[in-house]
Design a protein around this ligand. Structure first.
Ligand SMILES: *Cc1c(COP(=O)(O)O)cnc(C)c1O
Length: 336
C-alpha cells in the first residue's frame, strides 16, 4: 500500500502492531454486567491518573458528552456552551434532541474562551418563564487552541459562585496538557466531569473516557445504557486505550512540533497561517486557488480538507519526513 499523507484529522490513525497485540491479548468479560477486567483496569487507571474518583469507557466522544450533559441537566434545564463547541455544533444537537436540554450558545472569543460577562448575562433568573441554567461546558483544546490556565481557573470559580456544574469536553485534553507542559491532574482539575478521547491524538481505534465523581459516573453509566452504549467484551477496545495512555501521550509533543514546522513552511510560501499551538494548522488559501490546490494535493497523494480556511492536523501516522513533501505539494498546487 502506498503511503498516503493524510492531514484530514488525528482520527485517521490506524492501530499499529503493539496496540493490536494488546487488543488480541486482552482479558475480557461482559462489561454490561461489570465483568470486563480490562475495561475496569483502564477506568481505574484513568481515574487515578487524572485525579478523579471514577471513570467510564464510552465508544465515542459524542456519546460521552451527551451522557455527561444528561447527568448534569434534567429535562428543561439549560447548559452554557460555545457556538464553536463540538457538543453544540458538531453533535447534531443531541443535548436538545435526545436529552431535552436547552443549549444556550455564546460566542467564543478568539482564544476559544467564553467571556465571563457573557456567561453572567446568560444565566437565567429563577422564574417560571425560563429554563434553569445548570451547567457550564468548556472545550480544551478548542480548534487546536489551548484555553489559558488563568481563564479556566476563573471560569471554574465563576461557575461555583453561580451554582453551575462544570463539564470539560477534553477530547484533545492531552494536547492541551502537552502544550502547557503540566500534568494530567492539573489540566483536568476543578471540573465535575471531563470527557477525553482515546481515538484522536492518542491513536486508539475507538473510545472516550468520562471522568467524574462516583455518583456522577454511576448516573452516566445508566444513561450510557439508555444511549445504546452498554458493550459486552469491550476489553478489546479498552486494551487499545490502555496501550495509548501508556505509549502515545509522551509523543504528542512530536505532533505539535511537526505542526509548527508545517505552519512555518506554509508561511514561507507566503500563506497566512494562524499561530500553531498544538497539532492543528489553520491556513488561509486565496479563494481563487482553493479548487486547483485541492485537486493538485489529491493528485500528489496528500489528503487534506482544503478550503479558504484549511485545517491540517498532525498525528501518530504523520511523520516528520512528510512535512517537506506536503509543503512542496502546496507550492506546486498553488502554482498550478
Ligand atoms: C471528536 C470530538 C468529539 C466527539 O468525539 P467522537 O468520538 O467523534 O464522537 C467531541 N468533542 C471534540 C472537541 C472532538 O474533537
Amino acid at each position: 500500500m502506498s503511503e498516503l499523507i493524510d492531514l484530514r484529522s488525528d482520527t485517521v490513525t490506524r492501530p499499529g502492531p503493539g496496540m493490536r497485540a494488546a487488543m488480541a491479548a486482552a482479558e475480557v468479560g461482559d462489561d454490561v454486567l461489570g465483568q470486563d477486567p480490562t475495561a475496569q483496569r483502564l477506568q481505574e487507571l484513568a481515574a487515578e491518573r487524572f485525579g478523579f474518583e471514577a471513570a467510564l469507557f464510552f465508544v465515542s466522544g459524542t456519546q460521552s458528552n451527551l451522557a455527561a450533559l444528561m447527568t448534569h441537566c434534567q429535562r428543561g434545564d439549560e447548559y452554557l456552551v460555545g457556538q464553536e463547541a463540538h457538543s453544540y455544533r458538531y453533535e447534531q444537537g443531541g443535548a436538545a434532541v435526545l436529552g431535552s436540554i436547552q443549549p444556550q450558545p455564546l460566542n467564543n472569543q478568539p482564544d476559544g474562551t467564553l467571556a465571563l460577562t457573557d456567561l453572567a448575562a446568560a444565566i437565567k433568573p429563577d422564574d417560571a418563564h425560563f429554563c434553569r441554567t445548570r451547567l457550564l461546558t468548556l472545550e480544551n483544546t478548542i480548534h487546536g487552541k489551548v484555553l489559558p490556565a488563568s481563564y479556566v481557573a476563573e471560569a471554574l470559580v465563576f461557575a461555583r459562585a453561580h451554582g453551575l456544574a462544570t463539564h470539560l469536553d477534553g477530547a484533545r485534553l492531552l494536547n492541551a496538557m502537552t502544550a502547557r507542559g503540566c500534568g494530567e491532574r492539573e489540566i483536568a482539575s476543578g471540573f465535575d466531569t471531563v470527557s477525553l478521547c482515546l481515538s484522536k491524538g492518542l491513536g486508539a481505534p475507538a473510545g472516550t473516557l468520562l471522568l467524574g465523581s462516583k455518583p456522577l459516573i454511576a448516573q452516566a453509566r445508566r444513561w450510557r445504557k439508555a444511549l445504546g452504549g452498554g458493550l459486552r467484551q469491550v476489553g478489546v477496545l479498552a486494551a487499545a486505550g490502555l496501550y495509548a495512555l501508556e505509549h502515545h501521550v509522551g509523543r504528542l509533543a512530536e505532533d505539535h512540533e511537526n505542526a509548527r514546522q508545517l505552519g512555518e513552511g506554509l508561511r514561507a510560501l507566503g500563506l497566512e497561517v494562524e499561530p500553531v499551538q498544538t497539532n492543528m494548522v489553520f491556513v488561509r488559501i486565496p479563494p481563487s486557488r482553493v479548487a486547483a490546490l485541492a485537486a493538485s494535493l489529491k493528485q500528489q497523494g496528500v489528503q487534506a480538507l482544503i478550503g479558504e480556511r484549511s485545517r491540517l492536523v498532525t498525528h501518530l501516522d504523520f511523520k516528520a519526513e512528510q512535512i517537506a513533501p506536503v509543503i512542496e505539494g502546496f507550492r506546486r498546487g498553488l502554482a498550478a
